[in-house]
Design a protein around this ligand. Structure first.
Ligand code: ARG
Length: 585
């Protein structure tokens, strides 16, 4: 008998077939299988309730006829019960748990099992996407770490993922940047800390325009020259972008964040004409006070609040480039889905962008990809307000990451002073950066969250240090007894889980499939975090209750198998979230 990775999918198929067999009207019946309350089963089908209610049937009777029609192999694999007014609960038999654990025993096996979830789907994921010449600060971290995690998870689940860093490398800020670069820059400072210096130059130029109308004119003239393609200004623009992008790369490396493309806003400069032309010709866009705008009459707000797609001075804006970007991603990348990450304040923009794109593509008979604006809340300081330094500036990401490593090093020095210094530093980097990352990922991205060092670096609770430490402890058992982690318990006659804690742990491990499915459907990494935290809890309950290295070879083998699989799933899960895992801590 063949056990598949996502058992819920098999059950859905079985329930669909049984519903037909039992004479249920397919159109009115949802065969959906959910994760059940562990007290009642592993999976649950609730479709009978709505079905029976709508038809004034007795739900229990419908449930009974459905269960009677289930294929024999499902009955052989699960204990099935009907609860309350017609919930059907499936509890996997211990032998099935053992089969799953045996079959999905390597990262490759897990990946090939998971690959059916998003197989053949092409995702373009636009994340990080900072603006040129601006420091990366703590507010940028969410888009980066959530984006990276989403990319890794989708790829693991079989999707083709195209990662695009849509840098804000064009726009009116370049008037000030170029003028400032020409007149105010300090070359030594630019080498030492490029973003710092570019930001200073920008601010100084901005201040100068306020004090001196002649500077304001000069700044405007620089922008006009750039937009007209003046070679000197184009060169400077390129230089500024290169300097800026080099500084971004440093942080990306530190956070292990990768892109396949960096198609910034400027890439779309000569792809805007078709946007204006088509939207005007189709009657979607209209002139309003000199600007080109799109209204959405069916929408309560956007029927009066315009989507400005070209400014009244004829210049392009954020909306113009994003429309061109949608087209490029649909046509050039053949995207099935486009995912853009920004904070929630841009929700209106993306709602208008998507409404406009749907109409535009429908009227030009283009294939419409799915679209998802993955938005997120803010990071707050312990006072509940937007997190700032004492002087009131946003906290630089570079400084935040350095502090994370420093604090983690103090922790490691205290816990494991016997390890060589180089290793302690390495552990500190993994723990510190991992803690910042995990703190972010473990929160529902829609909410704001409070950033507190003590909490995120704690060895207790749903934190990176707790999970990394749980892994290190399992490794140490194997090390101490000279047992190979990868092959532990295999081919040694492991029997099916039996004790309550063995069973609970085994069920949790099998639940990895559902956790991945939920996380990638909703593009919310916190579901995977919660799952990993619960898995670590189930392991610890098992470890406290059941001695692993017992005499009986079959019991010993199955317990070693559970340890080894716990390690595998924790390792795979944390890597998908972007964390570096450790053997010792
Ligand atoms: N550069 C923008 C910002 O910093 C984010 C860009 C997101 N991507 C997009 N296609 N609009 O807010």
């Amino acid at each position: 008998m063949h056990v598949s990775f996502q058992i819920a999918t098999d059950l859905t198929q079985a329930v669909t077939a049984a519903a037909a067999q039992a004479g249920l009207d397919a159109a009115g019946f949802s065969p959906e299988i959910r994760t059940a309350d562990p007290r009642h089963g592993d999976f649950q089908a609730n479709g009978v309730l709505g079905y029976a209610k709508a038809r004034k049937l007795n739900p229990r009777a419908v449930a009974e006829s459905l269960v009677a029609a289930l294929p024999v192999d499902v009955k052989a694999r699960c204990d099935i019960s009907i609860a309350g007014p017609g919930f059907i609960n499936f509890r996997l038999k211990p032998e099935v748990l053992l089969q799953w654990l045996t079959r999905y025993g390597t990262v490759d096996a897990l990946r090939s099992g998971a690959s059916s979830l998003h197989h053949g789907q092409r995702y373009v994921v636009d994340f990080s996407s900072p603006n040129t010449a601006k420091q990366l600060h703590v507010g940028h971290v969410r888009g980066m770490v959530i984006g990276e995690a989403i990319c890794r998870m989708l790829a693991f689940c079989g999707a083709t993922v195209i990662r695009d860093n849509h840098i804000g490398d064009w726009g009116t800020q370049f008037g000030k940047l170029i003028w400032g670069y020409k007149h105010l820059r300090n070359d030594a400072a630019l080498t030492a800390d490029p973003l710092e210096e570019l930001e200073r130059v920008y601010k100084a130029a901005d201040a100068a325009t306020k004090n001196d109308p002649a500077v304001l004119d000069a700044v405007r003239a620089e922008l006009v020259k750039l937009q007209a393609g003046d070679t000197e200004n184009l060169d400077l623009w390129k230089r500024i972008n290169a300097v800026s992008s080099g500084a971004f790369t440093e942080i990306y490396q530190k956070l292990d964040i990768h892109f396949d493309h960096q198609l910034g806003e400027s890439f779309y400069n000569d792809r805007l004409g078709v946007v204006y032309e088509e939207l005007s010709r189709l009657g979607l866009a209209e002139e309003s006070e000199g600007a080109l705008v799109v209204f959405h009459p069916e929408h309560p707000r956007f029927k009066t609040q315009p989507f400005i797609i070209r400014k009244s001075d004829g210049a392009a804006n954020y909306a113009s480039t994003d429309l061109a970007t949608m087209l490029y991603r649909a046509e050039h990348f053949q995207a099935d889905a486009i995912v853009i990450l920004t904070d929630a304040r841009q929700s209106d923009h993306f709602e208008q962008l998507w409404l406009t794109t749907q109409k535009w593509f429908a009227r030009t008979q283009r294939r419409l990809p799915r679209f998802e604006h993955v938005s997120f809340g803010s990071i707050l300081g312990e006072d509940g307000k937007a997190i700032k330094t004492r002087s009131g500036d946003p906290i630089r990401l570079k400084a935040l990451l350095a502090e994370a490593e420093e604090r983690a090093l103090a922790l490691v020095n205290e816990k494991s002073p016997e390890l060589p210094e180089a290793e302690r530093r390495e552990i500190a980097a993994a723990v510190g950066i991992g803690a910042v990352r995990y703190a972010d990922l473990s929160q529902n991205r829609s909410s704001d969250y409070v950033f507190a060092w003590d909490k995120i670096l704690s060895l207790e609770g749903n934190t990176a240090p707790y999970l990394l430490y749980a892994m290190a402890r399992i490794h140490s058992i194997f090390r101490k007894h000279g047992i190979d982690v990868a092959t532990a318990g295999q081919g040694q006659g492991a029997t099916a889980p039996e004790t309550e804690t063995e069973l609970a742990l085994a069920r949790k491990l099998v639940g990895f499939a559902s956790a991945l499915e939920l996380t990638t459907q909703q593009l919310r990494p916190h579901f995977l975090c919660t799952y990993l935290y619960e898995l670590a809890g189930a392991y610890s309950a098992f470890y406290n209750a059941d001695k692993v290295l017992v005499e009986d070879p079959a019991i010993r083998a199955r317990r070693l198998l559970l340890c080894s699989r716990t390690l595998l799933v924790l390792e795979s899960g944390l890597s998908l979230l972007g964390l570096r895992t450790l053997q010792r801590m």
